[in-house]
Write a protein that binds this ligand. Structure first.
Ligand code: FAD
Length: 425
């Protein structure tokens, strides 16, 4: 009997439990991905839910995934339909009973699954492939996840081993392949404008596992920037101040485990120091926000956040537009927003500053800022984005509830105004 892999945020063949288990358990496997038009619609705030930078990256990622699946004799069926008509038809026509997919717990994904479940008799086989520390290996209930990052980190480091990379998946028989070729939509089909590359962007992001692996190779072995990561990670200009691996992680072209084990390899072969540890430390932050989001469910999308804290937020459209368009009174904020708008990228230092300015200086409902990031960021990840926004806005996991002094930050991290001059418009 045929099985189906439903790809969402796990767009890779390597170290993917859905691919590994389905090819181990079934002779016939098909794969499915949907560019659900709802994800590209305009939000109530007047901007798209997914803008062109991430959409283009996604198109490239799915296209590479399709090629990698073909090597296993698995056809990827690509859909562009909010009603999932094709998926239902496939399940019925091919008598599919088993669907393999990465576990998601945020509302949009759960609704998709419930809809398919309501129409078909199927069994979902879930996996926790987006984590570094697998929730099945926890020594406590997820609901007891510590609210303070360092407690969470120490517990994981002490009590959980990162699982090894999965073995290569089996190659199925050629008969498994479909004759029909499904077209991957382009930006125009998704209702988005084409991208004019801005030469000021130091980095060109290309989607797909192979491109992510190339970046690891470059950042780790070719240039040894990993050895200095802790010293450079607060940078703003250039290609190498941080790893930029968030982009491939966000749609699952790379797994967090793949990066972890490459760092360990580098430590054995080249050098082990505070910087190599720090990249893993940051990957644990990524896990932390995933655990927090499972624990608190939809609260991460509520203005009061996981602390249920009421502030007096405003929704001044003029201020919101000025922030989005890089037209505030702070050059440092504007340059970061300009970079985001022209390239889909912003450094971690930039993100902290513009978010703090939005929520703590302008006192605008942080949900709107988070939604704008969701639209624009090439590496948008629901848990990291809403988790960090809550953290910075005083409704999340920051025990000190800090506010950034924007002038001080600009002085400290961009003393010669190199960055501000670069992205002045
Ligand atoms: C307001 C705000 C919104 C953010 N939204 C996102 C988002 O949508 N998607 C996203 O991936 N990250 C988000 N981050 C976290 C962080 O800014 C990015 O992960 C990081 O800048 C990506 O660059 P990098 O891959 O070069 O990171 P590196 O510095 O090289 O770090 C390595 C990896 O560690 C993880 N990481 C690093 N910092 C964080 C962090 N603070 N929280 C969670 N994981 C982290 C990322 O997976 C990253 O790829 C946000 C941060 C803030 C303050």
């Amino acid at each position: 009997m045929s099985a189906l892999i439903w790809f969402r945020n796990d767009l890779r063949v390597i170290d993917n439990e859905s691919v590994y288990n389905s090819t181990k358990n079934h002779n016939s496997v098909i794969a499915y991905y949907n560019f659900n038009p709802k994800k590209f619609e305009e939000t109530k705030w007047g901007f798209k839910k997914t803008e062109r930078f991430r959409a283009q990256f996604l198109i490239e990622s799915v296209s590479q995934l399709r090629n990698e699946l073909l090597k296993l004799n698995i056809s990827l069926i690509v859909d562009h339909d909010s009603n999932y008509f094709l998926l239902n038809e496939l399940i019925k026509n091919r008598k599919i009973k088993d669907i393999y997919l990465q576990k998601e717990w945020t509302q949009e994904e759960i609704l998709e699954e419930k809809f398919i479940e309501s129409l078909n008799e199927i069994k979902f086989h879930y996996n926790y492939g987006q984590f570094l520390f697998n929730p099945n290996d926890l020594n406590h209930n997820i609901n007891q996840t510590p609210e303070i990052f360092s407690n969470f980190r120490k517990n994981c480091e002490k009590n959980i081993n990162v699982r090894p990379i999965l073995p290569k998946p089996s190659i199925l028989d050629k008969n498994n392949l479909f004759n029909k070729n499904y077209v991957i939509p382009d930006l125009k089909k998704l209702g988005l404008k084409k991208i004019d590359h801005d030469d000021r962007s130091a980095f060109i992001f290309l989607g797909g596992t192979k491109e992510g692996e190339k970046r690891i190779d470059d950042y780790f072995w070719k240039t040894n920037h990993l050895s200095n990561y802790k010293l450079t990670r607060n940078g703003l200009v250039g290609k190498y101040y941080s790893s930029r691996l968030s982009t491939w992680l966000s749609n699952g072209s790379l797994s967090s485990k793949m990066i972890y084990w490459k760092v360990r390899e580098y430590e054995k072969e080249i050098k082990k120091n505070q910087s190599t540890y720090w990249l893993i430390f940051e990957l644990i932050w990524r896990d932390f926000f995933k655990y927090i989001s499972i624990k608190h469910g939809n609260k991460i999308f509520h203005t009061q956040g996981i602390l249920n804290k009421e502030y007096k937020w405003n929704q001044n459209m003029k201020l919101i537009q000025a922030w989005c368009n890089g037209k505030t009174k702070h050059e440092f904020i504007n340059s970061n927003m300009n970079e985001l708008n022209k390239s889909g990228w912003m450094s971690n230092r930039g993100r902290q500053n513009v978010a703090s300015y939005f929520a703590k200086d302008l006192k605008i409902n942080w949900i709107i800022g988070a939604a704008y990031f969701e639209s624009m960021l090439i590496d948008y990840d629901v848990h990291s984005n809403y988790g960090n926004w809550m953290y910075v806005s005083g409704v999340g996991n920051d025990p000190r509830d800090r506010k950034f002094d924007i002038n001080w930050q600009a002085e400290r991290y961009d003393p010669q105004k190199k960055y501000q001059k670069l992205w002045s418009n």
